[in-house]
Design a protein around this ligand. Structure first.
Ligand code: UDX
Length: 431
């Protein structure tokens, strides 16, 4: 099939590569000229393990994936996936500009299309958005009726950065929120080609909510275990042992219960905040979800509190921060715990040295002046008065790196027993 993917961020690129690898001809549309050019040269514009080589093969050898800036080039696309961002990093708010722009451009494409086309919304949008904003825009610019002359479906994406390729090849479920049956049937056929995982067909609002509820639940698990971890620490209990015991209960399980510096990234904090705001606008105070965010806001700063307790004042102290990405195997620093920790250290008067295996370039664009970027973990650790581990990259897991140092571990990166033997002092954020 001829398929188009609008928006070449994480979700758009991984979706494009997955579909092209499966034999479809994929056209990526993005208004960012340099991104389009990179993709056409087979160069991945973002760091995601495995994506680079797949992109290279699909663009250069198989020639089944191309990127364009002009929507006129997707007139032949039978299915158009919308994967544009719905959040503004600069205002820290939901921003529908991109999705409305994409919907109006796609509407113009639909107007010229001689036969049925399907528009699939993969962007994360608050429940009701496809019905209330996207479909009216598509209809306005196409002068056609959804469900009759073109189809619409919502198909939320659950991939995790760092393991996105693996997930796209074997997702645990596919959710299809259909506007009309033909749209659902067309998308289900396409999804079945890609994987044999369970497919749940539902209405568009429900599909949109499944995405928010999933991320809200995952965030709740993390804040829950962080709160239990904070309590455990005061009681002299290892929260990781507690999770082993809890996890034996099949109703609970042991996944996503790693206590530490809290959640970051482009989805969990944003989706939760959007849901809380939507609830407020409807006159309902989502107290549990508010608390999840509140626990998370404080969690990363606990690393600084512990460092202060151990070192007294942080004034003129040299502190090494290891890990800037919001989690390992990505260069994404959006809402990363390190971005809360570093300004706080500077505020306390510390000199801050930082290192991350892949996220240095991204971090340089947003970290305040005065931060020293180091060439390696040991470069950052040397001559420091204290080391804060904020992201659990594999290369930080070697205890011998920290010989004689004061280490505060935000991610259970080190084996506490071994760490206690080699470090001058070792403490976990909640163990
Ligand atoms: C998340 C969802 O998992 C995914 O389904 C959705 O499509 C997008 O949002 P992602 O943002 O890639 O994926 O990261 P995820 O692996 O969920 O981790 C989010 C944050 O939670 C990270 O900062 C991570 O370090 C933290 N985390 C995760 C914990 O603190 N403890 C855990 O047990 C798990």
């Amino acid at each position: 099939m001829n398929l188009a993917i609008v928006g070449s961020g994480y979700v758009g690129l991984v979706t494009s590569v997955g579909l092209a690898a499966n034999g479809h001809h994929v056209t990526c549309v993005d208004r960012d000229h340099s991104r389009v050019s990179l993709i056409n040269h087979g160069i991945c514009p973002l760091y995601e393990p495995g994506l680079d080589s797949l992109l290279q093969t699909l663009t250069k050898e198989k020639r089944s994936l191309i990127a364009v800036e002009d929507y006129n080039e997707i007139t032949d696309s039978e299915v158009i996936f919308v994967c544009v961002g719905t959040f503004s990093e600069s205002t820290n708010k939901t921003d529908f500009t991109n999705i409305i722009d994409a919907a109006s451009q796609i509407g113009r494409v639909l107007q010229r299309a001689p036969d049925y086309r399907l528009v699939v919304i993969k962007s994360t949008v608050i429940p009701g958005t496809t019905e209330e904003i996207i479909i009216p825009t598509l209809e306005k610019y196409s002068s056609k009726k959804a469900g009759r002359e073109f189809g619409v479906a919502v198909n939320p994406e659950f991939l995790q950065e760092g393991s996105a390729i693996q997930y796209s090849q074997s997702p645990d479920r596919v959710i299809i929120g259909e506007h009309d049956q033909k749209a659902g049937d067309t998308l289900e056929r396409l999804c079945h080609e890609l994987s044999s995982c369970p497919v749940l067909r539902t209405n568009m609002r429900t599909a949109e909510m499944i995405k928010y509820a999933t991320n809200a639940f995952l965030a709740t698990k993390i804040s829950f275990i962080n709160e239990i971890g904070n309590l455990c620490k005061n009681l002299g209990i290892d929260v990781y042992e507690v999770v082993k015991g809890m996890g034996c209960d099949p109703r609970i399980g042991d996944k996503f219960l790693n206590a530490g510096a809290g959640f970051g990234g482009s989805c969990l904090p944003k989706d939760l905040a959007e849901l809380v705001l939507k609830a407020h606008q409807m006159g309902y105070e989502a107290q549990l979800l508010r608390s999840v965010l509140k626990v998370n806001d404080n969690q990363a700063l606990r690393l600084v509190e512990i460092a202060k307790k151990r070192l007294g004042s942080l004034e003129h102290r040299v502190i090494a921060v290891l890990g800037l990405a919001f989690k390992p195997n990505t260069d994404d620093v959006r809402a990363a715990p390190a971005l809360k920790v570093i300004p706080q250290l500077l505020e306390e008067g510390a000199s801050v040295k930082v290192y991350d295996p892949v996220a240095m370039r991204q971090a340089k664009m947003i970290l305040p002046d005065g931060v020293k970027f180091c060439a390696s973990a040991s470069d950052a650790i040397n001559d420091s008065d204290g080391v804060l581990i904020v992201t659990e990259w594999d290369e930080f897991k070697d205890e011998s790196l920290y010989r004689g140092k004061l280490v505060i571990d935000g991610r259970r990166t080190l084996n506490p027993e071994k760490a206690r033997q080699v470090c001058r002092y070792y403490e976990g954020v909640c163990w």
